[in-house]
Structures are given as C-alpha cells and as structure tokens.
Design a protein around this ligand. Structure first.
Ligand code: FES
Ligand SMILES: [Fe+2]
Length: 461
C-alpha cells in the first residue's frame, strides 16, 4: 500500500508537526533526516534562493560556486553581461564540473572525460570530436548543464529550480515595498565589500532560519549586552532596550519578516530635538541610511516614493529576514562620540544535513559610499555581525544547543511555542502595505514563517 505523500515513515502526518490551534512546532523538525530530505525537494527545490551579489562577478566569464540546498551550482557572468546559474553536475557521468570556489573562465571543462560547457551552461563539445564521445542519441542542445531560473534584485542574485512558478516579485509580495528601502534606494546601487565569510555551525538550518524571521525577544536576553556595554550602553535606560527597539514589524504570508525600528531616540540624541520638529529632509541628512551620506541622500527621491521616504526617516527596516534562510541587518552602530556608523550585512544559512549549516556573511556598502566610510563600515560590521562578530557568537551558541535538544527521545517530542501574538495593527499614519503590527516585535513574524514552511512542505505539487 503506498503511503500518503505527507506521511512520514513512522506514520506522522507532516501537517501535525505544526499545531495551528496552540501555535506550537514539534522539536523533531530540527533533527529529523526524513524531514530534511523532504525540505530539499519541496522547499529548497521550489523557492527563490539568494546566492550572492552580482558585484562578486563583475567581469565576463567570472564565476563563483554556491549551493541551492544540497546542490552545488555555478554562478556565472556571460560575455553579454547576463548572470546564469547552472547545476554543477556533469551530464555525462555526474562529476562536479567546477571544483574551485571562484575564478574566471569562458569554458568549464569536466576533469573526468573532458566534456566542456560555456559559461551559460550550454554544452560545447567532448574532446575527441571524430569519435563522437557524447553519442548520437541526444542533440548537443540536450547535453547542457541544468539551468536554474535567475533574477537580480538590487544586484542580489536569486535563483530557483521552479521554472514555471511565481515571479520573484510575487514571492516578495507586499514585503517588497520595504526591501526596496534597503536594496533599491540609491542611484549606483550596492556592492559587496569582498567575498563572503563562511563558517560551519553544528545546527539545523531552521534554528537560524526561524530566528531570522524577526525574533526580537531574544535580543533582550541573549544579546542583552547590546544595552549595557561600551558604546552600546543606553544612557538612562539601564539594560532596557525596549524603546530602542520600538517600531513596527512586517509579517508576510511568504514567511518574510522585517523589523522597522523607530529612529526617534537616535535623532533626539544627535540633535537634542524631537523628530516632529524636523523636516523629512533634515532627518535624512542628520541620520542617513547606512552607507549613505548627507550628500547622497538626495538620490532617495529618484528611487523611492514619498511614502517610502517617510518610513525610511521614521521607522526604517533594520533587521529581519527573507524566507527561507536569509537574514539582513541594516543598522546604525553607535560610536564613542555619540554619532553612528551604518552597517549592512546579509547572511544565508545553507543546509548541510539535518544538524549542520554553513553560515555565509556578505558585508554590503553603497557603490558611492566614500572610501574611508566604507572601511569603517566593514570593520564595524565584521566586529558585530561577522563570523567572529559579537552578535553572531551569541546566536551560534544557541542554535546547536537547540539541535542537540531535538535529538533526545523526550526533547524531540517537545515543542517550540509562538504564542505571543497580539495583532496590534499598523502605527497611526503608517503608509506602507502588508501585515504590520506596532510595538515591540512579538511572535507574529516567526509564526508566519512556520506557516509558510508548512504550506510548502504539504503543497500538492
Ligand atoms: S563525468 Fe564529466 S566528462 Fe565524464
Ligand atoms: Fe541574534
């Protein structure tokens, strides 16, 4: 008798892993190999995944190797300037075509029997043409590398195996309005400040993925020092970070999440004035978005609507994620003299088995950020959000412990709870779209993340 496609080997229905009525998720989801393998097909085989930034491959025939779930892919720029993503598996006998992490080559030749491919993945030929080593059954057009569907957004490279599925804009939905404030705001756009940092964390990818969906509460405890230490100390606030983190949180039916945090306290500290006493332009010049300066903020008008500019000067998105495995931090790092330096980091958590993930960290700058500011941004971002950064050391301690908890026979039957959901609605006068709740972040965003995980894991096709 064939099993229902949503039934695990022990008879558990996948739908029962997430309890809608009590908003609980089975810990088993964090360690089970069967679930992990289904995720590879139903989730990493279907959604849009971020692989890097086009400034990593600026020249024709540049390439980098990345992963879409468990599959290695070659991300290339062809001589006509297009970005392509091809499966790094030789169609002849399955050898990895490309074995170096990055480089420049117009042709990728398999080291096993020598089949060769153009940088767009097309089959070029096999070594001994007259022997017709690739046979006569298939045309050359059929022997190319498997190609993913690619889109560029703010220079970020996204790809999916779902060739006929929703567009990237549909995938972002209402959340796009907010991501545009970060990735599509300047005239020249962004670039990476070097190759991504990488390190392995002994944790299930979802421990980091669900936290990325704007878990604000952990910041108060796990990163408590952010309110207590050095430049981060909040004068007169003790360890209370609540005002600093007050804002609006954007949830998405696709599991995306953004924490839009009120800049009022920073503006007061910098000017001694209430934000209401200042014009929109004044606020943006006093506290330009990370990577921008008082001189370059005029560009915002070219790229954003008035409503978007208002949110950018009031409660800009500062931390959050994009489903399934991306986190971003576009934050203002306090300096000893009371000023701030912007920081822009993007991480992905690439699955490497049920209890292992590869943490990738890109530091971003605006292309026209002045060089000395770029340098400061990179240093500060790495100190805070790099592989040895103070924040990431906190997080990468809890994720493995949760994964270990999920391995115990009793622990695997425990649940994670997302019960702090209060639906407070948008702040008064909020001009942005989507599901928005005012106040300190709660569990709404992470619960939406799990609901979308469940939707994909139980989808008909
Ligand atoms: S496996 Fe690549 S040429 Fe044979
Ligand atoms: Fe964290």
């Amino acid at each position: 008798m064939s099993r229902n496609k949503n039934e695990l080997a022990d008879g558990t229905n996948i739908a029962d892993l997430v309890r809608i009525d009590t908003r609980e998720v089975q810990m088993r989801t964090l360690e089970d190999r069967e679930i992990y393998e289904l995720e590879q097909e139903r989730l990493f085989g279907k959604t849009w995944l971020m692989l890097g930034h086009e400034s990593e491959i600026p020249n024709s025939n540049d390439f980098v190797l990345r992963y879409m779930g468990d599959d290695s892919v070659i991300v290339t720029r062809t001589k006509d300037g297009e970005v392509h993503v091809s499966l790094n598996v030789c169609p002849h006998r399955g050898m990895k075509i490309c074995t170096t992490e990055a480089g420049n080559s117009p042709v990728h030749t398999c080291i096993y029997h020598g089949w060769a491919f153009r940088s767009n993945g097309d089959f070029l030929g096999s070594p001994i043409e007259k022997e017709c080593m690739h046979g006569k059954i298939m045309e050359k057009e059929e022997l190319g590398l498997r190609k993913a569907r690619v889109t560029l957004y703010g220079g970020l490279i996204f790809a999916t195996w779902n060739l006929e599925g929703e567009s990237f804009d549909e995938f972002l939905g209402d959340a796009k309005w907010y991501y545009d404030l970060m990735f599509c705001r300047s005239d020249a756009g962004m670039e990476v400040a070097g190759p991504p940092q990488r390190f392995i964390v002994r944790a299930n990818w979802k421990t980091a993925g669900e936290q990325s969906a704007a878990d604000g509460f952990h910041t108060l405890m796990l990163h408590r020092w952010l309110g207590e230490v050095g430049n981060y100390k909040k004068e007169g606030a003790g360890s209370d970070l609540a005002e600093e983190m007050y804002g609006a949180e954007v949830s998405s039916p696709h599991g995306h999440a953004l924490r839009c945090i009120d800049l009022a306290r920073k503006i007061r500290r910098l000017t001694g004035k209430e934000p209401s006493e200042l014009s929109l332009e004044e606020k943006l010049r006093i506290l330009p978005p990370p990577g921008m300066t008082a001189e370059t903020v005029d560009q915002l008008k070219n790229n954003l609507t008035d409503d978007q500019m208002e949110v950018l000067a009031w409660m800009p998105p500062q931390v959050g994620g994009m489903f399934p495995n991306i986190v971003f931090a576009f934050i203002y790092i306090p300096q000893p003299d009371g000023t701030v330096i912007g920081s822009m980091a993007l991480h992905t958590y690439v699955p490497k088995g049920p209890d292992k993930l590869e943490f990738m960290n890109w530091v971003l700058v605006e292309k026209d950020t002045p060089p000395e500011l770029k340098e400061q941004m990179v240093k500060q971002t790495l100190n805070l959000l790099g592989t040895s950064g103070m924040v990431e050391q906190d997080d990468s301690d809890t994720w493995p412990q949760m994964t270990i908890s999920a391995k115990g026979p009793q622990g695997s039957k425990s649940t994670m709870k997302y019960q702090a959901i209060y639906e407070t609605s948008k702040p008064k006068g909020w001009p942005g779209p989507g599901i928005v709740n005012e106040g300190f972040t709660k569990d709404d965003t992470q619960w939406h993340w799990w609901l979308y995980w469940l939707e994909l894991m139980t989808a008909e096709k």
